[in-house]
Write a protein of this length. Structure first.
Ligand SMILES: [Zn+2]
Ligand SMILES: [Zn+2]
Ligand SMILES: [Zn+2]
Length: 125
């Protein structure tokens, strides 16, 4: 399953559990609030094309302009300055050599729910 499918599956499973078990509701709420703080943060670089509009593969990035060159997916909380900043932090740029998304809290939640890990080049910190 892709990272996007994985994230959706974890969310769906939390919803399903919280509907079935009232006692799981608080657990689900706690997990969901953590997971809502960890969002996909795509990182782009310049590309060699001339893009004149934004479409599904093209983003408009400050300092770069229109680009389709997505280097990887990181996490908005784990991989940006001050957690939730606008720029990738140095630790991520230096140490996170492959995709950072879904990040560890998502993988932990998925593991707890027995959801198979997504297909990414996998790393553990
Ligand atoms: Zn391009
Ligand atoms: Zn994260
Ligand atoms: Zn990272």
């Amino acid at each position: 399953m892709t990272p996007d499918e994985y994230v959706q599956t974890v969310r769906d499973e939390i919803v399903r559990l919280s509907i079935q078990h009232t006692s799981a509701d608080q657990l689900g709420m706690a997990i969901t609030s953590i997971l809502n703080a960890h969002r996909e943060f795509p990182i782009y670089d310049e590309c060699d094309h001339e893009h004149d509009q934004i479409d599904t593969h093209v983003a408009d990035i400050e300092d770069i302009g229109l680009t389709c060159n997505k280097i990887k997916s990181a996490c908005s909380l784990c991989c940006t300055e001050d957690g939730g900043g606008d720029y990738q932090d140095e630790r991520c740029a230096d140490a996170h050599t492959s995709d950072c998304w879904p990040c560890q809290p998502w993988l932990d939640a998925g593991d707890a729910l027995s959801i198979p890990r997504p297909d990414t080049q996998h790393r553990r910190r």
